[in-house]
Design a protein around this ligand. Structure first.
Ligand code: AGP
Length: 372
């Protein structure tokens, strides 16, 4: 078993470390020499893709968080309306779909019953289903019209890490491909992002090299009961993912919020020395959001929160308000989750260890949930 873990104490640590390769492998062969996407394996023809008038993403857990991030990318680059729904809720509300609806089912295992039932329901309504899946030949891709495989390799730890990063890559590929096929006003941006995406695995590697202070911080918080996570834009689903990791691994009360919602309730939770992780958007690009989150950090800190700030290298505005500062490389706004999630995985894994929990097999959970 030690050999299987490649020298790591846990599969989860091994899988976190494998992320740069998993990301690179998922891009491999999908970008041609001219910098355009080649997704011939998605056997839905260009003319059909041009007719799509709505995208609906269905998934559970971590895969659902990938879907939430995909929505920002799909709507921005394609201008096609996109909904994201928990697979377990989807078919029970009589959702509206037809032949022009593209349903994207995201699943690491390809065996999650809720996601499978959602896609069956979608196909009965005439929608076309594209699976994003990590397991060759599993049920979800077999029952879909097309599949885009993530190439993360087998994921053993119950807590999903490398599969999530590759789901994000696959979602960006789908969004960019739809944009490319349909031709939008974002043509130049799409080409630039494809270039950035092809370099992103190096950025993930750099994050992994700087994780010791994150581990130290996690150990120092082992006796806490609650950790909150805040984010905006694509940082919001990252906050949800950080909270989910902490629940399943550290068995701590953890919640993710959209930072703009603070004043609508959650700020009442802030008390002295409560750890709050804040995912800060890039100060470049959509800088309005950046400035707003900096004032959110000030607000919670004034009420006693211990702020753990994840911010881009060179973002100096956050420095005065960060009790702990975790740096991530600069990326295009929409790609930031690929680097911002990694410290949260390391944080949760180390907290689990510090609390004496079983990292690879958390209590009450199964790797794939094959019952409803
Ligand atoms: C993630 O850490 C969880 N273990 C869980 O939320 C998981 O992502 C979810 O059950 C979906 O699984 P799937 O990707 O295999 O469909």
């Amino acid at each position: 078993a030690a050999a299987e873990k490649g020298g790591y104490d846990y599969f989860m640590l091994k899988e976190i470390a494998e992320q740069p390769k998993a990301v690179a492998d998922t891009l491999l062969g999908r970008i041609d020499a001219g910098g355009s996407l080649r997704l011939d394996e998605v056997r839905i023809g260009a003319s059909e893709l041009r007719e799509v008038d709505k995208v609906v993403i269905v998934a559970c857990g971590t895969a659902f968080h990938a879907g939430l991030i995909a929505k920002y990318a799909i709507e921005h680059w394609t201008r096609i309306p996109c909904e994201v729904e928990l697979a377990s809720e989807f078919r029970y509300r009589d959702p509206i779909m037809d032949q022009q609806t593209l349903v994207v089912a995201i699943s690491q295992s390809g065996e999650t019953m809720d996601t499978l039932m959602a896609l069956r329901h979608a196909r009965e309504q005439g929608a076309r289903v594209l699976a994003i899946c990590n397991t060759n030949g599993s049920t979800i891709p077999r029952e879909s019209d097309a599949v885009l495989y993530t190439h993360a390799g087998p994921e053993v730890a119950v807590a999903s890490t490398k599969a999530f990063l590759t789901q994000l890559v696959a979602c960006y590929l789908v969004a960019l491909y739809l944009g490319q096929v349909r031709g939008t006003k974002w043509g130049d941006e799409i080409r630039a992002v494809i270039r950035d995406l092809s370099q992103i695995s190096g950025a993930v590697e750099r994050v992994l090299e700087t994780m010791e202070p994150v581990r130290e911080l996690a150990r120092s918080l082992a006796a806490k009961n609650t950790v909150l996570f805040l984010g905006r834009h694509v940082g919001y689903p990252v906050a949800l993912e950080g909270a989910l990791k902490l629940k399943e691994l550290a068995y701590m009360h953890a919640e993710g919020f959209a930072a703009g919602e603070l004043k609508h309730g959650p700020i009442a939770l802030i008390e002295d020395d409560l750890p709050v992780v804040v995912v800060v958007p890039s100060p470049r690009g959509r800088s309005v959001l950046h400035d707003k989150i900096v004032s959110n950090i000030q607000e919670i800190r004034a009420r006693g929160a211990r702020t753990i700030v994840i911010a881009e290298e060179g973002d100096e505005a956050v420095v005065p308000y960060a009790d702990h500062l975790i740096r991530i490389p600069a990326t295009p706004t929409l790609l930031q989750p690929l680097v911002a999630t990694v410290p949260l995985q390391v944080f949760a894994c180390e907290l689990a260890t510090a609390r004496g929990n079983e990292v690879d097999q958390p209590r009450n959970l199964a790797k794939s949930v094959t019952v409803e």
